[in-house]
Design a protein around this ligand. Structure first.
Ligand code: ADP
Ligand code: MG
Ligand code: MG
Length: 870
């Protein structure tokens, strides 16, 4: 029979799937003898059942909860109706994969009209007791009855205004009682029902509300953005309350065991005295740095240090900890592996290895390959920055990076403008989970409340997005869409620049430049490269890109796209002449002049890449992309070739294809016009010979694209080889080169063994292969792919992450067959999937020799191949 409820001391971290992250970690900390208030967990499986069975808690679950509550009364030494020791609980949500702030938690459950006065007597603090009750009514009303928080806030603010208070804690017990009465009216007005006075009813209602919150909109959006399955559900933790809002000897806080932006080995976090729960992260009161705790309660600070060391040693990872102090006694309420920026991740990985906590392999696994993107993030150009007009330098550098954009004051406008292609900076008092989508499209996020652990900061770091938080000199008017700062004012649409490394804001745009990578990065990356068995090459053809790829440590080029060279006007017009001419002489002429351009291009590439292997793909252009289509272009071509516009137009009509991506392209064009590939092969080898004369042994790997039959491959290969041999003979040189096939049609994958017999290497073009395997046009699929992914028709976009089921099967068949005829065949991946971690994982498992991707994805691919090798 299924067990629905586990006490903390029955569980452990290994039960994370069933108990959720929060629940299993509370159980684990209980096992470690850390001071965790007592409690129990209702499983994620119960949540799924509840949601599937028409949202009703079955009798079994209810009786297990009741039994656990009795055990909790015993173990805590308190009781729900104990007049001496009143037990209150929190009802907390927590899925297996952390979704910070996405679902709901209710505190102080168990208070009611009858016991609140008693609670006041026990605690000898009437104000405190009624404040707890006030908070319960507020959270319960919002979470369980769906009453908008603003109704409660309005009442509270009204009282504060009337009494001229600036802080919540100035409210007296009498004020709070009056507020509570008004809150109860709100229940009746908005929800039409009263707050449940029965404690069991409160708890069951709260449990159901947490289960239901799994399906609230912001949780759904968060899951979509983070690829978290909808099917895993949330657990519910019920835990004895401890009170950080009891007095000035109490407080609550959150901390990271190391600095989450820089990785420095020091406690990093914030706390508030006399405060409860969400007060710290909500960004309403500005919290105090954790270091100051060392001044006010040094013994607690030391205790925290000890505990966090213990946690790091045990979890072998940096921790993100929630704690509460009640009457100078410390309680831990949550721990989890801390999210961190990439810079910090590298430092922590390097430090943990030095401290002997992790092996190099384990350390590598702590790094999220995709996050490395952040390190390649731009910073502002120093000269430009020095001249920029400062708005303020008093913000908190909450998430690194540098960005320029138009100010918007709400998430809606952020979405609208960014869809129009306008870069935006989202500026808000504070962000809330409702703002997530708007945040995800913004270049940067600025808030004027809240600290380094506020919603804005945490979410921005997760997204790898620049963020400046707690910029409290900004007077933001979200209604009027404007802001004032000491030196001036700005309105919606104005351009500002945000420096997430320093916490400064500037008027106008500032030049950015790429940031350099620090020592920790190089240390950890060198471990990665030592461990990796699959090599990483780059897809590149311009000097700038090739240099960037080399700087990142690319081991060669996996794809030179030779058609990109025809983006220049002169070679393009010669190519047009070649295609559109009717005269053999003219064609020959055109090819000769293209050859010179190509040879120059190849020489330039070889000079940079030297003796690293370089795959050069022979021309693969969908014809329509290269033919003239405007009237003016046609006239130019006609006059160049000395023929009439009608002639050219006629030729163009003859060449017109209904479906060019499946048309006369790739090797098919060379079957009709062999001269094209021969010219290219010659240009490659002439350039190679030039370098060879300078004693540089370049390694050209010539690749024939888009083959789908054995004959095409054999015919073109022989033809090219013959020409190259003749050329080498003529120049009296010996030069290593190979000729291979690009496998990117489903048919080629299925007969790859036959193709392999005519190839020195095979490289898989997974972009085209995906396009043809699904029959989705790469250029048009955007129209429905989003919908497919949103509705779960596809688990992910197959153009971003390679489709494991179908395309993966084609790759597997191809490789198995190739290995039968040539067990040592060099097998590569070119195409953007080569820089996608999940895809790389698959490629590595299939036995590829190398992956190739665009230069700025190389570090990501390097980390991915290293992790695949562990
Ligand atoms: P979230 O998942 O949004 O972080 P939590 O369940 O962690 O929600 O609850 C939010 C905050 O409520 C905690 O950080 C903690 O400060 C407070 N809290 C939760 N349970 C208790 C408890 N038993 N005693 C005191 N405070 C609690
Ligand atoms: Mg929490
Ligand atoms: Mg292709």
């Amino acid at each position: 029979m299924m067990q629905h409820v586990y006490d903390f001391n029955e569980g452990s971290l290994e039960m994370k799937e069933l108990l959720g992250g929060k629940g299993s970690n509370l159980a684990e900390m209980t096992r470690l003898d850390l001071p965790v208030p007592k409690g129990f967990v209702i499983t994620t499986a119960t949540c799924i059942d509840y949601l599937e069975q028409g949202e009703e808690l079955d009798a079994m679950t209810q009786s297990e909860i009741n039994a656990a509550l009795i055990r909790l009364e015993e173990s805590s030494g308190k009781g729900f109706s104990d007049t001496e020791n009143l037990l209150l609980v929190s009802v907390r949500s927590g899925a297996t994969i952390s979704m910070p702030g996405m679902m709901d938690t209710i505190l102080n459950v168990g208070l009611n009209d009858a016991n609140v006065a008693r609670f006041a007597q026990i605690t000898q603090d009437e104000r405190f007791a009624y404040d707890c009750y006030r908070r319960l009514l507020q959270m319960y009303g919002n979470v369980v009855y769906g009453i908008d928080m603003k109704h409660f806030d309005n009442i509270l603010n009204q009282v504060k205004r009337n009494k001229r208070y600036s802080q919540d804690f100035e409210l007296t017990a009498e004020d709070l009682k009056a507020i509570i009465d008004q809150y109860k009216d709100i229940y009746m007005e908005i929800a039409g029902k009263a707050f449940p006075q029965d404690v069991k009813a409160q708890i069951m209602g709260a449990v159901e509300a947490v289960f239901k919150s799994w399906n609230n909109d912001r949780a759904k959006i968060y899951r979509k953005l983070n690829n978290i399955p909808d099917s895993i559900g949330t657990a519910v933790t019920i835990q004895e309350m401890v009170f950080g809002n009891k007095n000035e000897e109490s407080g609550t806080g959150v901390l990271f065991t190391r600095n989450p932006s820089t990785g420095e080995d020091q406690l990093y976090g914030e706390f508030l005295l006399n405060a409860q729960g969400e007060d710290v992260v909500a960004g309403i009161r500005t919290p105090i740095s954790i270091n100051r705790l060392n001044e006010s309660m040094p013994e607690i600070y030391t205790e925290l240090l000890d505990m966090t060391n213990k946690l790091e040693q045990h979890y072998k990872d940096m921790q993100d900890v929630e704690f509460t102090i009640e009457d100078r006694k410390l309680h831990l309420l949550q721990t989890r592996n801390g999210k961190r920026g990439a810079k910090s991740a590298f430092k922590i990985a390097a430090d943990f290895v030095n401290e002997g906590i992790l092996t190099k392999e384990e350390a590598l696994l702590t790094i999220d390959p995709e996050s490395i993107n952040q390190l390649l993030h731009p910073t502002f150009d120093e000269k430009d920055l020095a001249q920029a007009e400062l708005v303020t330098d008093n913000g908190l550098p909450a998430s690194p990076g540098a960005a320029t954009g138009h100010i918007v004051f709400d998430a809606e406008t952020a979405k609208e403008w960014s869809e129009l292609g306008k870069p935006v900076i989202l500026v808000r008092h504070e962000t809330s989970p409702e703002d997530i989508e708007g945040m995800s499209v913004s270049e940067a996020i600025v808030t004027n409340h809240g600290g380094m652990t506020s919603h804005a900061a945490v979410v921005a770091r997760g997204m790898g997005k620049c963020c400046v938080a707690g910029c409290d000199v900004l007077e933001i008017n979200e209604e009027q869409k404007s802001l004032r700062y000491p030196g001036g004012s700005l309105i919606e649409g104005d351009i500002i620049s945000v420096d997430g490394d320093t916490g400064s804001l500037y008027v106008g745009a500032i030049q950015t430049r790429n940031s350099d990578l620090d020592e920790n990065y190089h240390t950890v990356m060198s471990w990665a490269n030592d461990i990796a068995t699959v090599k990483v090459r780059m897809n590149a053809e311009t000097p700038l890109d090739i240099q960037a790829g080399l700087d990142f440590g690319a081991t060669g080029i996996g794809l030179v796209r030779t058609e990109h060279m025809f983006f220049q006007p002169e070679p393009l017009s010669e190519l047009r002449r070649f295609i559109l001419s009717n005269s053999d002489n003219e064609r020959k002429d055109a090819l000769e002049s293209i050859l010179i351009h190509q040879q120059n291009d190849f020489r330039e590439i070889f000079e940079l890449i030297q003796d690293k292997p370089t795959v050069i793909r022979l021309l693969d252009m969908p014809l329509h992309e290269f033919l003239p289509n405007s009237k003016q272009d046609i006239e130019i071509v006609a006059s160049q070739q000395n023929v009439s516009v009608e002639d050219i137009s006629q030729r163009l009509t003859g060449l017109k294809e209904l479906n060019p991506m499946l048309g006369h392209r790739g090797c098919r064009l060379a079957m009709t016009y062999p001269g094209l590939y021969l010219m290219q092969a010659e240009a490659i080898m002439l350039a190679a010979i030039e370098l060879n004369n300078k004693d540089i042994a370049v390694k050209p790997e010539i690749m024939i694209p888009l083959v789908s039959t054995e004959r095409e491959t054999a015919y073109l290969r022989e033809m090219i080889q013959e020409r190259i041999e003749a050329l080498l003979e003529e120049h009296q040189v010996q030069l290593a080169y190979t000729i291979g096939a690009m496998i990117e049609t489903p048919r080629a994958s299925l007969i790859a063994d036959k193709i392999a017999q005519h190839s020195d290497f095979c490289s898989f073009g997974t972009n085209d292969l995906t396009q043809m395997a699904f029959g989705y046009s790469r250029d048009d699929a955007g129209k429905f792919l989003n919908q497919y992914v949103n509705e779960g028709v596809l688990a992910y976009d197959p153009f971003q992450r390679v489709d494991e089921e179908g395309v993966g099967a084609l790759l597997q068949i191809a490789i198995e067959n190739i290995k039968k005829v040539n067990s040592t065949m060099k097998l590569g991946i070119c195409g953007e999937h080569g820089g996608n971690p999940k895809s790389v994982e698959l490629f590595a498992s299939l036995g590829f020799s190398y992956v190739s991707c665009s230069p700025y994805r190389i570090p990501i691919a390097q980390m991915s191949v290293a992790q695949s090798a562990i």
